[in-house]
Write a protein of this length. Structure first.
Length: 282
């Protein structure tokens, strides 16, 4: 598993893993290793995935969620990320924005955070995380570094949405069959504090799923009008609860490719970690 910033690792690496290339061979290097043998597990899961949750209300929500994701060309959302450590009762909060753009051969996303709040102590330092279809790029204002990690070989395709394979927990694009193949899904009655006009889906990992080792349960709050999740909450096996809230969501507004570029400022350090070639050379 790639070791990135400690707090980010709990969301990206530990929660959803870095992408696994599955088209032309293993995409690994001395620093970049897939954390799930996705090609084998995904193939095994696909053969046994149920097509129904046995609840027509849940099926209808998942069907709408999948159709909506298929129609998205680009997306913007303001993002609030929280991680609560149940063991030490420490809460970390970050505010920023998420951008997504469908592209070839792979989609792109950018997450920018403007601050970090740890138990009411605010640090005003920006951080950027970008997947440009080939490289996962981390830019940290605190260390004045830009780290580029190659996670997909040129021309290879990945599915940035697929559970367990995507580089970031995007709030859309999940396939119904993938969800039901890995989770038992139930519709939960709304309670105070839920996002307004949303349906709450409780996802409990199946015992034979690759998700069972990482999660106790997940909450998806799907906005009825938008037909996209506006809150995702992950209850991890390491006693951390991770919540992502998506607000002011704008879909298909024509985001330019230039919005996803991360220039290296003068005086900053650039670190590149390419994948090894098939003969073991960078």
């Amino acid at each position: 598993m790639v070791s990135i910033a400690a707090w980010m690792g709990s969301w990206v690496a530990a929660s959803f893993c870095l992408p696994v290339a599955t088209t032309t061979g293993p995409a690994t290097s001395s620093t970049t290793q897939p954390c799930v043998p996705a090609t084998t597990q995904a193939a095994d899961a696909a053969a046994t995935q149920p097509v129904s949750s046995d609840d027509p209300r849940v099926d209808a929500i998942l069907d709408r969620l999948e159709r909506r994701g298929d129609a998205i060309e680009d997306l913007f959302a303001n993002l609030t990320f929280q991680r609560f450590d149940e063991l030490v009762e420490e809460r970390l909060t970050r505010h920023g924005e998420l951008l997504y753009r469908r592209d070839e051969p792979n989609a792109r996303f950018l997450v920018r955070f403007d601050d970090m709040v740890i138990d009411r102590v605010i640090q005003r330092q920006k951080a950027w995380y970008v997947f440009d279809g080939r490289w996962f790029i981390e830019k940290q204002e605190s260390t004045k570094t830009v780290v580029r990690r190659e996670v997909v070989r040129p021309g290879e395709r990945i599915n940035p949405f697929k559970l367990g394979q995507g580089p970031f927990p995007l709030p859309f694009g999940q396939k119904k069959a993938d969800i039901l193949g890995r989770f038992v899904v139930k519709l939960v009655e709304p309670i105070p504090g839920d996002p307004p006009e949303s349906d709450h889906l409780l996802l409990v990992p199946r015992t034979d799923s690759d998700m069972a080792d990482r999660y106790r349960k997940l909450d998806f709050y799907v906005a009825r009008k938008l037909e996209l999740p506006v809150r995702i909450r992950l209850y991890q096996k390491d006693d951390k609860i991770v919540t992502a809230d998506f607000a002011d969501v704008a879909v298909n507004t024509g985001l330019a490719a230039g919005r996803f570029e991360l220039p290296v400022p003068e005086g900053w350090q650039l670190i590149e970690e390419p994948l090894e070639t098939m003969d073991g050379q960078p």
